[in-house]
Ligand binder design. Structure first.
Ligand code: F6P
Length: 322
């Protein structure tokens, strides 16, 4: 294999730049030419390619977002789009493709590989951390630390005015972000899609926490919780408790910013492992990390199988809220 492509697709995640850097420099050290593809799969169809040498990825390890930019590409969901993309990649001499993103990105990679000869390897990059086959996806650590920083600040004002706060975090339809920031931020409760939300119980918990002398009540609401977002939950609590509350939706702040050391290290390891995989003739896998070791999972399994939440952390939330 002489030439490979790299693209980022779907929602951006801090650490994607560090990962592209690792792919380019590790690839170069193994004699590979690396081509960057702008705006995800759209960039293949638009032939928006950029040759990436070692210097092209200087000074990006600390930058959030993705300098290749990203997109969600509808045309790649059609037979014609897939055929055209394969024809372009072949014409450009690109034999292997590394795609960084979440399950949508991997579905695209599988469809592309099935429609032609391109060898694909996926790298998990999503703040949601909802991809099966890796303990952590690139961007998750940064996102939870960003959210935590905000939660710590909110606690200061919540305590001063003795108010309950409902803080909504991202995570799409999973509760990974909510669970970890709930533990790390000392939340009274977390509301996540994986566990049925019982508003009556939540009200009891909030009332008890104030009765026990707590000065604030931080409730973390995952955006995908089935009882609705923070506004809906807060309203339901208000109707029962008549306690003055405030809401904070952290939103896209969680997706930006300089990646943490942990995300940069993970990005570097996965980028190098993806290049190794292509050089070893592997294709159709996601490279992730399980219990500190590089692990390969067939791309299809990354969305067909469901990643479990840490049940021990779930159990601890209530106990530690004390
Ligand atoms: O998948 C990452 C993510 O940030 C989710 O947490 C969130 O639900 C979604 O993307 C938001 O997407 P958009 O940026 O298109 O609004």
């Amino acid at each position: 294999m002489k030439k490979i492509g790299v693209l980022t697709s779907g929602g951006d995640a801090p650490g994607m730049n560090a990962c592209i850097r690792a792919i380019v420099r590790y690839g170069a050290s193994h004699g590979l030419e690396v081509v960057g593809i702008r705006r995800g799969y759209c960039g293949i169809l638009e032939e928006d390619f950029v040759k990436l040498g070692r210097r092209a990825v200087a000074n990006i390890i600390h930058r959030g977002g993705t300098f290749l930019e990203t997109a969600r590409c509808e045309e790649m969901k059609t037979e014609e789009g897939l055929r055209k993309a394969n024809e372009i990649l072949q014409r450009k001499g690109i034999e292997g493709l590394i795609t960084i993103g979440g399950d949508g990105t991997f579905r695209g990679a599988v469809a592309l590989a099935e429609a032609g000869d391109i060898k694909v390897i996926g790298i998990p990059g999503t703040i949601d951390n909802d991809v099966y086959g890796t303990d952590y996806a690139i961007g998750f650590d940064t996102a939870i630390n960003t959210a935590l920083d905000a939660i710590d600040k909110i606690r200061d004002t919540a305590e001063s005015l003795q108010r309950p706060f409902f803080i909504e975090v991202m995570g799409r339809c999973r509760g990974f972000i909510a669970l970890e920031v709930g533990i790390a931020g000392g939340a009274e409760d977390i509301l996540i899609p994986e566990v049925e939300t019982k508003v009556e119980q939540l009200c009891l918990d909030i009332r008890h926490s104030f009765k026990r002398g707590k000065k604030s009540s931080i409730v973390i609401v995952a955006e995908g919780d089935e009882a609705g977002g923070a506004f809906s939950i807060a309203q339901q609590v208000w109707e029962r408790l008549r306690l003055e509350y405030r809401i904070c939706v952290l939103g896209h702040v969680q997706r930006g910013g300089s990646p943490t050391a942990r995300d940069r290290v993970l990005s570097s390891k996965l980028g190098a492992a993806a290049v190794d995989a292509l050089l070893d003739g592997k294709a159709g896998y996601m490279v992730g990390e399980l219990k500190g070791e590089i692990a390969f999972t067939p791309l299809r399994e990354t969305w067909e199988k469901s990643k479990e939440l840490d049940s021990n952390l779930l159990r601890l939330i209530k106990i530690l809220a004390g």
